[in-house]
Write a new protein. Sequence first.
Length: 272
Amino acid sequence: MIRRRLSVLGAAAAAALVLAGCSTSTPSESQPSSSAAASTLQEIQDAGVITVGTEGTYRPFSFHEDGGGKLTGYDVEIVTAVAEKLGVDVKFEETQWDAIFAGLDAGRFDVIANQVSINEQRQAKYDFSEPYTVSTGVVVVKSDNNDISSVADLEGKTSAQSLTSNWYKIAEQAGAKVQSVEGWAQAVSLLEQGRVDATINDELTYLDYQASHDNKDIKVAAKTDEESQSAFTFQKGSDDLVKAFDTALDELRADGTLAKISEKYFGTDVSQ
C-alpha cells in the first residue's frame, strides 16, 4: 500500500522507499536538478495559487472518482486543506510517477503530494514537510501459500515490486528475486497468475484494495518492521514554504482535520 508508497514514493530504475533509507535511485531522482528556482511562500501567496504535482491514478491517495470524475483522494484533500491555511488555491498537475521528480526539478509544480516516502537519498536532494502519513508494509501472497510467513521467508522467492519504491529495497535485502512491475494492480495480477510468490506494499494500499475488491485469493502473510513516513516534497531551498506547510499541518492535526480525512479513507488515523 503507503509505498509506496503503501509507498509512497523518478524515471525507470531502482530507488528506495517505504519510508526507510535506501541506496538506489530512479533515473529522475539521480539526475542533476534543473536551473528552475525553488518557489517561495511569498511568490505563491502573491499569485494566489500553489501548483501541486500528483499522479491522479493512485487510489486512495490521488485518483478520479469513477475513473474520470473529480480528482480526489487522501493526499488531494490534505494538500487542499493546507493550501486553505496558506490562503491560496490549488492547481493540480497530473503526471506519471516516473516523471514526478523531474517535474519538480523543472519547476512545473511547487510541491509533490503523492505519498512520497522520506529516505536518505531523497533528503539529500529535496526538502520535506513533516510526515502526514505513517504506515507499515505488508507481504502479500496467494491465500493458499503457507511457505511465506515473514519477510525473511522471501529469500529465494520471486516478489513483484515497483523499482521506484522502498518496498523494492526491502524485498531485495531479504534475498528475493524481484520482478519489476509498474504498480500494485500489476503485482496483484502476477500474484493471482502464480507468476510471482509475493509482493510487498503499503498496508493502506492493501486495505483500500480489499475494501473495494474483497479478493479472497490473496492474503497478508507478514508485516515489515520498517515504518513508512510520507511527506510533501519540495525543491531544495524551499525553507519558508516548508515551514508554512509544517505550521498548517500542525494546526490541521490539532483541530482534528487530519484525523477526519484519515478516517474517511482508512477507518483510522494514519497521520501520526
